[in-house]
Design a protein. Structure first.
Length: 318
């Protein structure tokens, strides 16, 4: 950490949790930075984020959803960090993010990965109103799931889609064709309502010894079809996690194929818009190709998500 940032973080931690030691950067995402530290023999995570609601939803999830079947880190403190950012301190879950687990080591983890998302979907959605992306009390912002999906609403990006079409990255004809395929499948998605994590897996699931030790980051929590979480896992993985979920959990999901393809397209189209908004042409091409693959017979192609040069960490199993 830079000296100024280090000093301000140490000052904050000493005010919240005295005796903080071993402070170091943990991760940095699109919207947040995370730091690990210890105090009195316990491990914690400090996160900084411009979006206060993200941390409010994490606190709500811990208070209302956490159980032995659904481990969610305890919120220790949260508040204002500076003029533009907020902070949250949570207990640290033991293990590593699923995103660091090479594909070859994922199969033993899948039963618990699927059990934990089923535990999310078993929560009482009847206590909450609305559909789609939720507020800090997990009430949906939309009158129906279909209206939410068709809106492509994103609380963190204020984008102008016509301007993006004119900007040369977002391909309007392809977008409209894929959107039409998504809309054609929306009737199969009606009538399914559960609490949906919205960003499940990868960096937001911590694992150790074949078990999930923490389900993190509830900022994208929604009210809608639980199969959306399965599609999210499937979209971003090189493994066919949607089919593996169905095979291992033996869920008899009505209209499984239509719903899966609908949500793969929604996830992909939203990702294409974000990449175009950020003018990230490389990421745009990757998510565009993955989204087009959702319409293939297997809902994916072998060319989706080519491994980064160097591949996964060779010493993961050590």
């Amino acid at each position: 950490m830079g000296d100024n940032k280090s000093a301000s973080i140490i000052t904050l931690l000493n005010r919240i949790i005295p005796n903080a030691t071993e402070i170091g950067p943990l991760a940095a995402g699109m919207f947040a930075q995370a730091y690990a530290f210890s105090a009195d023999g316990r491990d914690y995570v400090l996160r900084l984020n411009a979006f206060e609601e993200d941390f409010a939803k994490d606190e709500f999830a811990y208070t209302n959803f956490a159980s032995p079947a659904l481990p969610i880190p305890r919120m220790v403190a949260r508040g204002r960090y500076d003029g533009t950012r907020h902070y949250a301190v949570t207990e640290r879950c033991p293990g590593v993010p699923m995103s660091r687990v090479p594909d070859a080591y994922l199969p033993p983890l899948l039963p618990d990965l699927f059990a934990k998302i089923d535990a999310v979907h078993a929560l009482d959605a009847g206590r909450h109103s609305g559909w789609g992306l939720t507020d800090s009390a997990f009430n949906g912002r939309f009158p129906s799931w279909e209206i939410y999906l068709r809106s492509f609403y994103d609380q963190k990006f204020d984008y102008d889609r016509p301007a993006l079409f004119a900007g040369g990255i977002l391909e309007e004809r392809l977008f409209r064709e894929l959107e039409a395929e998504m809309i054609a499948r929306l009737p199969a998605c009606r009538g399914h309502r559960a609490i949906v994590h919205g960003d499940y897996g990868f960096d937001n699931v911590i694992c150790r010894d074949g078990r999930i030790t923490g389900v993190l980051d509830w900022a994208e929590g929604r009210l809608g079809d639980p199969l959306y979480d399965v599609a999210y896992l499937d979209y971003w993985s090189r493994l066919p996690l949607g089919d593996l979920w169905r095979e291992q959990t033996r869920h008899d999901a009505a209209d499984f194929e239509a719903r899966m393809v609908c949500y793969l397209l929604h996830i992909g189209l939203a990702s294409m818009v974000i990449a175009a908004h950020l003018r990230d042409e490389r990421d745009y091409r990757r998510v565009r190709d993955r989204t087009v693959s959702a319409l293939s017979s297997a809902r994916r192609r072998s060319t989706d998500w080519p491994e980064e040069e160097g591949g996964e960490s060779a010493d993961f199993a050590d």
